[in-house]
Design a binder for this molecule. Structure first.
Ligand SMILES: Cc1cc2nc3c(=O)[nH]c(=O)nc-3n(C[C@H](O)[C@H](O)[C@H](O)COP(=O)(O)OP(=O)(O)OC[C@H]3O[C@@H](n4cnc5c(N)ncnc54)[C@H](O)[C@@H]3O)c2cc1C
Length: 313
């Protein structure tokens, strides 16, 4: 029976990162992925490598500092995968947060980021507002620009796995984790690959199965405590057009969802927000709307599993 120091279940960005860290630290490691790298949540995120601006509001300063530090590292070591993008915050006369409050927050953000690249911000002069396509300028008091980073999440996951592979990391794919038995000296792991059942041993088993993490945890014997996981789903909308108005409708959908959490009311609010958005876009432009909801998991053992897990995203 083959032995490893670390076995990881799940080939999303977390499994990829753990594999890379394990082999970089000199451990032998195997990653088991049932479909394809980044076939789960890691190819369906909003694709931001963000500095955690919104965590400022909840006072999670160390998380913001950590996020900004990691964003700077990504920008430095993977410029072909991660790039800075401008983000615009419109402040209307009825917007709760005033421009000075946003600027104080962004100044703190820059400070926490050590004034590194991409932590600058500023106001867009009124004369340039008309150049911001899709911006409603009625009752607009200010537009503030800051920067965040964007990536191709699936390509990033594959790049991390490639790096791990170059350091000796092994990958079983497609291969489905079936179960694990905890023993004194480690763990015996079973998975199905190419129609055969394979067993191997490890000192450590890492459950990086994302939304399927509870299913993986339940397949461990003797049974271990399985924490409750709250699952969420997001909807990305791709508009095959230039938005000429209606950007506030987009915000509406996300704000409702965020305030209401994951309750049925939140789902209803999201659907309502999307309907309003669809209606707004159709009325204003007459264009078709393309929704980018992730496809449901495939049939078979995945059928009951949701597409997304609650993450800090
Ligand atoms: C709507 C939304 C938007 C987001 N936007 C952002 C963002 O902009 N920026 C950001 O940083 N984060 C974002 N996130 C969070 C981010 O997407 C997740 O944190 C991340 O993708 C989770 O990766 P993971 O590796 O934990 O899970 P996953 O990517 O889901 O990987 C789990 C893997 O486990 C495999 N698996 C499951 N069961 C088994 C089994 N039995 N055997 C073998 N393999 C198995 C699956 O096939 C899958 O590939 C967002 C999340 C959501 C929901």
């Amino acid at each position: 029976m083959k032995e490893y120091e670390v076995i990881i279940v799940g080939g999303g960005i977390h499994g990829a990162g753990v594999l890379q860290a394990a082999v970089a630290a000199g451990h032998s490691a195997l990653l088991i992925e049932k479909r394809a790298l980044a076939s789960g949540t890691s190819s369906r995120s909003s694709k931001l490598i963000h500095g955690g601006l919104r965590y400022l509001e909840s006072g999670q300063f160390s998380l913001v500092r950590e996020s900004l530090r990691e964003r700077a590292i990504h920008l430095r070591i993977a410029p072909e995968l991660v790039e800075l993008k401008s983000f615009f915050i419109p402040v209307y006369s009825d917007t709760r947060r005033r421009p000075w409050q946003l600027k104080v927050g962004l100044a703190l953000y820059a400070l926490l980021g050590g004034f590194s690249r991409g932590t600058g911000f500023g106001s867009i002069p009124k004369r340039d507002w008309s150049g911001l396509d899709g911006l409603e300028t009625r009752n607009l008091d200010a537009v503030i620009r800051y920067y965040d980073a964007q990536t191709d999440d699936a390509a990033l996951t594959r790049a991390v796995v490639e790096s791990a592979r170059s350091l000796g990391g092994e990958i079983a794919m497609p291969a489905t984790f079936v179960g694990a038995s905890l023993r004194e000296e480690g763990v015996e792991v079973t998975f199905d690959q190419d129609g055969s059942r394979v067993s191997c041993r490890a000192r450590v088993l890492v459950n990086a199965a994302g939304p399927w993490a509870t299913q993986v945890a339940r397949a461990v014997t003797p049974s271990i405590p399985v924490p409750a996981v709250d699952l969420v789903q997001g909807t990305h909308i791709v508009l095959p057009m230039h938005v000429t108005s209606g950007t506030r409708f987009v915000l509406l959908a996300f704000l409702f969802g965020e305030h209401l959490g994951t309750s049925p009311a939140a789902l209803a609010a999201e659907v309502l927000g999307l309907l309003v958005l669809a209606l707004g876009v159709r009325i204003l432009s007459g264009s078709e709307l393309v929704t980018g909801t992730p496809p449901p998991p495939a049939t078979g053992p995945d059928a009951a599993a949701p597409a997304h897990s609650r993450q800090r995203g």
